[in-house]
Design a protein around this ligand. Structure first.
Ligand SMILES: Cc1ncc(COP(=O)(O)O)c(C=O)c1O
Length: 452
């Protein structure tokens, strides 16, 4: 086994080959390790933290809850903190979710599993038992549990597990920098072609399509790819027309990250089910949520959802999520994350990151709000990616880490294996000076990786 020449940690880590620093403290945009090194968190860990690290009021809310009541099982009790928080989240999710309900979990993958099963049960209980397939997109990520992996399209993360999962149709995803339709108009018209692929898949499913799950802005797999005009509206219309539930996976894009409460609001579409995690607690506690419309909740006519986890609506996570939501609202952090608004920190991030395009190896800088992607190429005119074994994104990340900068590297944006990009998703409390410093470090890191 790799890594046998080093003393192996008792923690079953993600990688036995790679050593990572040991973190002990966080404050604002910074994290410190045991050696006293400071890191600027330019990726919000993995697009998790929006409110900043070490906010005392969140810790106090969690402590107070743990002191009063650490846990009860949802089969025996509800709690005031869960009831209040669910009402506040429904308000935050907007008019489309009025009269709906929130199912709380411990994270993104659990929430995706919950949404898939909820869609299935909705159809069974509304007399459409033949609907059992969940359609999704080729380059997508919806989580690491087997159900979530089956609807994901991220080749690297799911290939060896494929024999263990039941797969349904995956349709193409608009990725304008490398458009399947080879368009020359910035995908102004391709959105409709991609939406037509979904309609075809629904028709081929012969009445068995239950739901379509999608990330409004591609998260990890493609790196902050924004959909072309008209695409999401058309997707929503196709799903509605065919009675297919629309599940927006906003684990990465929700809770203000893109400058709206939820990213679907940029395109004015109304999903039946909305999934949130990551920014929901900004990482202060394991937390996910499945926000269902009144139509879906009313559809469970038996009155019992056949699903559950021990830690549904854990009181300490509820207290963390509620305090994070209050912090988001009191400090106007959603507005700060809106890159379309002049003078915001998100607009500064967009401007500063765009200077990376001066570099020979940066093919595209993209994204929205505080969710940004930087794609690397070995040859700009032909958009040729680096050979995957060079691990270019990993090399940039290692060079950045040496400089005290945290970014999130991913490979596979071109075809699931090749293609290197970084995800940049800082907390909304970052300052202009910190952005400029980070982009300077990132430039040096990219140049170092290119010259190695
Ligand atoms: C869009 C999306 N869905 C689901 C997940 C899975 O969430 P978790 O890692 O909390 O299980 C992720 C994680 O990155 C994600 O980005």
């Amino acid at each position: 086994m790799a890594g046998q020449n080093t003393v192996r940690s008792s923690v079953f880590r993600r990688s036995f080959r790679k050593t990572v620093p040991s973190a002990v403290r966080g404050e604002g945009v910074y994290v410190w390790d045991t050696e006293g090194n400071r890191y600027l968190d330019f990726s919000g860990s993995a697009a998790v933290n929006l409110i900043g690290h070490g906010v005392p009021e969140i810790a106090s809310a969690m402590t107070e809850q743990a002191r009063q009541l650490e846990f009860v099982h949802t089969s025996q009790f509800t709690t005031p903190v869960a009831e209040d928080y669910a009402r506040e989240l429904l308000d935050f999710a907007g008019e489309n979710f009025q009269g709906g309900a929130v199912y709380f979990t411990c994270g993104g993958s659990e929430s995706v599993e919950t949404a898939l099963k909820l869609a299935r049960q909705y159809h069974v209980e509304t007399g459409q038992g033949e609907r059992c397939q969940v359609l999704s997109r080729t380059q997508s990520y919806h989580g690491s549990t087997l159900g979530a992996l089956s609807v994901s399209g991220n080749r690297r993360r799911r290939e060896i597990y494929l024999p263990m999962v039941r797969e349904f149709a995956h349709v193409g995803i608009p990725y304008c920098y490398r458009c399947d339709y080879d368009c020359k108009d910035g995908c102004r018209n391709c959105g409709l072609k991609y939406a037509a692929e979904l309609e075809q898949a629904i028709e081929s499913a012969n009445g068995a399509a239950a739901a379509f799950i999608f990330e409004p802005v591609s998260g990890a797999t493609l790196g902050a790819v924004v959909p072309p005009p008209g695409y999401l509206q058309k997707i929503a219309e196709v799903c509605r027309r065919h009675g297919v539930l629309l599940i927006a996976d906003e684990v990465m894009t929700g809770m203000g990250r893109t400058g709206k409460n939820f990213a679907v609001e940029h395109w004015d579409i109304a999903p039946d089910i909305l999934i949130a995690a990551k920014g929901l607690s900004s990482g202060y506690a394991p937390l996910g949520a499945v926000i269902a419309t009144k139509k879906v909740v009313d559809g469970i006519v038996s009155g019992a959802f056949l699903h559950g986890f021990t830690y549904n609506a854990h009181p300490v996570s509820m207290a963390a999520g509620r305090a994070v939501l209050r912090r988001l609202q009191q400090h106007n952090l959603v507005q700060a994350s809106d890159s379309g608004r002049e003078g915001t920190i998100a607009a500064s991030l967009e401007r500063s990151l765009s200077t990376l395009l001066e570099l020979k190896t940066v093919g595209e800088v993209r994204g929205i709000g505080l969710l940004r992607g930087v794609e690397f190429v070995s040859d700009k005119p032909s958009k040729k990616p680096f050979a995957p074994e060079l691990n270019f994104a990993g090399r940039v990340t290692a060079a950045a880490l040496k400089r005290g900068l945290l970014v999130y590297p991913i490979q596979g944006c071109v075809d699931g294996i090749s293609g290197d990009h970084l995800l940049i998703a800082p907390p909304a409390v970052i300052t202009e000076e910190q952005i400029d410093w980070s982009v300077r470090q990132l430039k040096e890191s990219i140049e170092e990786a290119a010259h190695r």
